[in-house]
Ligand binder design. Structure first.
Ligand SMILES: C[C@H](O)[C@H](O)[C@@H](O)C(=O)CO
Ligand SMILES: [Mn+2]
Length: 418
């Protein structure tokens, strides 16, 4: 049987419970998922030689890491050729590309330092997202940036934030797609602080200054990401959840939730509905925390599925900005991208193939026995046959066929980067 014939069988089975698989395929094709450039080189970037700082860590030493913009772009293209659906590319400011011999520090970055990325995106018809890089830099003093007590340090990073807004607006104007610009700072303390209010007040003032510049809010979607702790910053995080949610709500920007940034038993899937009730838009970093904010590759696991369900069944596809955020250096990095991106879309597909209206009705009518039965039965519906058809209709390899391509690319390209 062909992929299409198998799809027809699945289509009939889903139709019996009121699910329109053609519609699910059409919807999924249009949901943008932003792929993070930093999986390709373990968050190293091109503006700096030092270590990765900011309380985050890429562990592993798998060969073939991209070392230049050209290598990173080639690897992104390779991953894109294996990932179905609508993609965006998520860049960090430390991926600026300079002319030979040129160096421009982060407070002075301009759109021209990202022109090659803009050309890359335009050629592929995709949008760009952006992130100021508040880590891996000498101006991070004692682990602090926008909340530093040193006005010089704060000024440097405020200028960086402003520069990034201008660059984001350029991205949006050039690509024709709004640019989500996410602010995350690592600031915090390893040990019990003497003053929790001061750093947060300074962070608040720094954000106010960054956002005071004139920019087009329909083009630049500024987001603010919270965190619970970082490595070496375990006792106190300036940009906590309460801080970022309140700041975003008061200042008309977007809260970004990273599902690695909460206490281990807290789940982002349960937060989405509350956030949707009070915000026009929210943003997500989908990752996989294993015991801590470990940034493992996104799997087709329960929490990823639950996150996708919350987006789909709350009719919030256009209100949730979806980006991935992980960096695994222990496996083939192109494969890591491909697995994570495909899994995010599988989770969305799984949610789109759920009889959501019926399940809600069962809940509202207190038919909990039937609700449990139906939710469990959904797990063995032929989801994979619809997924395969979706991949085929997007022109990317079906099932594990894509891995052969990864193996050839590793042999022909990555292995030669020694
Ligand atoms: C590199 C990213 O900006 C970073 O991972 C941030 O989003 C984060 O999640 C830090 O823990
Ligand atoms: Mn994140």
């Amino acid at each position: 049987m062909t992929v299409k014939e198998k799809y027809e069988v699945a289509k009939e089975m889903y139709a019996k419970i009121g699910v329109d698989t053609d519609k699910a395929v059409d919807i999924l094709k249009k949901i943008p998922v932003s792929m993070h450039c930093w999986q390709g080189d373990d968050v190293t970037g091109f503006d700096h030689d030092g270590p990765l700082t900011g309380g985050i860590q890429a562990t592993g030493n798998y060969p073939g890491k991209a070392r230049t913009p050209e290598e990173l772009m080639a690897d992104i293209d390779e991953a894109f050729s294996l990932i179905p659906g609508t993609k965006k590319l998520n860049l960090h400011a430390n991926y600026a590309i300079f002319e030979p011999g040129e160096f421009v520090d982060r407070d002075k970055l301009e759109p021209k330092h990202f022109q090659k990325w803009v050309d890359f995106a335009k050629k592929r018809g995709i949008g760009l997202d952006f992130n100021p890089t508040y880590f891996s830099h000498d101006m991070v003093k004692d682990g602090l940036t926008l909340s530093s007590p040193d006005p010089e340090v704060r000024k440097f990073w405020i200028e960086h934030g402003k520069a990034c807004i201008r660059i984001s607006q350029y991205f949006a104007e050039q690509t024709g797609y709004p640019c989500a610009m996410n602010i995350w700072i690592p600031d915090g303390y390893k040990d019990v602080p003497a003053d929790r209010l001061g750093p947060r007040a300074r962070f608040k003032d720094s954000l106010d200054q960054i956002l005071s510049i004139d920019y087009d809010r329909s083009k630049v979607l500024v987001c603010l990401e919270s965190k619970v702790f970082g490595i070496g910053l375990e006792s106190y995080t300036v940009g906590s959840s309460e801080f970022t949610v309140n700041y975003a709500a008061r200042n008309g920007i977007i809260s970004l939730m990273d599902n690695g940034h909460y206490h281990p038993t807290e789940v982002v899937s349960d937060k989405i509905s509350s956030m949707l009730l009070f915000n026009d838009k929210i943003a997500l970093h989908v990752t996989r925390p294993v015991r801590w904010d470990s940034d493992h590759v996104v799997l087709f696991d329960d929490e990823t599925k639950e996150i996708a369900k919350e987006i789909v069944r709350n009719d919030a596809i256009d209100r949730v900005l979806l980006a991935l955020d992980y960096f695994d250096a222990s496996i083939n990095r192109v494969s890591a991208w491909t697995v994570g991106m495909r899994n995010m879309q599988k989770a969305l597909m799984y949610a789109l193939l759920s009889p959501n209206a019926r399940l809600k009705e069962l809940q509202d009518n207190s038919q909990f026995t039937e609700l449990m039965m139906q939710q469990e039965e959904m797990k063995t519906y032929p989801f994979g046959l619809v997924w395969d058809y979706y991949c085929e209709s997007c022109g990317v390899p079906v099932q594990e066929d894509w891995f052969e391509e990864i193996q050839s690319y590793e042999k022909d390209v990555l292995a030669r980067r020694a």
